[in-house]
Design a protein around this ligand. Structure first.
Ligand code: CDP
Ligand code: MG
Length: 138
């Protein structure tokens, strides 16, 4: 078993799709180890997406991610990182496969409903960014 970090972004929470996305991820075989509703601050969004700081969409991304509540989740499954990336689909919903969360719920490449870690190393960093050890179930 391994872990990944997931986020239901402000667009999907605002649209009332958080419950459906949680049901979807449980049906896909993920176990929720930690979950909370939180409005990410501007500073947290800047730090979380630091790797994209030089990209033209960074300002808009930080603005969007701190614009309303998100649901942050620590998930467990076999090959959690890869499996979650497959479950959410491509960054741009226009390119996401049928049945993926982004295909079902994303509005656009920027407002794309969910986040998923891209490596085991980043999954651990991102889980620790939002959860203390005692906030995760064993
Ligand atoms: O989220 P993912 O790992 O699929 O994509 P990314 O390349 O790591 O980009 C992070 C986030 O930046 C995306 O999920 C989008 O919300 C946003 N983004 C954007 O607004 N415009 C782009 N051209 C690329 C990414
Ligand atoms: Mg990424």
């Amino acid at each position: 078993m391994s872990r990944t970090f997931a986020m239901i972004k402000p667009d999907a929470v605002q649209a009332g799709n958080a419950g459906k996305i949680i049901a979807h991820l449980q049906d896909a075989g993920f176990r929720v180890l930690g979950m909370k509703l939180t409005q990410i601050s501007r500073q947290q969004a800047e730090k979380f997406y630091e790797v994209h700081a030089a990209r033209p969409f960074y300002g808009e991304l930080v603005e969007f991610m701190s614009s309303g509540p998100s649901v942050v989740l620590a998930l467990e499954s076999d090959n959690a990182v890869t499996k979650w990336r497959e479950t959410i689909g491509a960054t741009d919903p226009a390119e996401a496969a049928e049945g993926t969360i982004r295909k079902l719920y994303a509005e656009s490449k920027g407002k794309n409903a969910v986040h998923g870690s891209d490596s085991d190393e980043n999954a651990a960093i991102e889980i620790a960014f939002f959860f203390s050890g005692t906030e995760l179930v064993g």
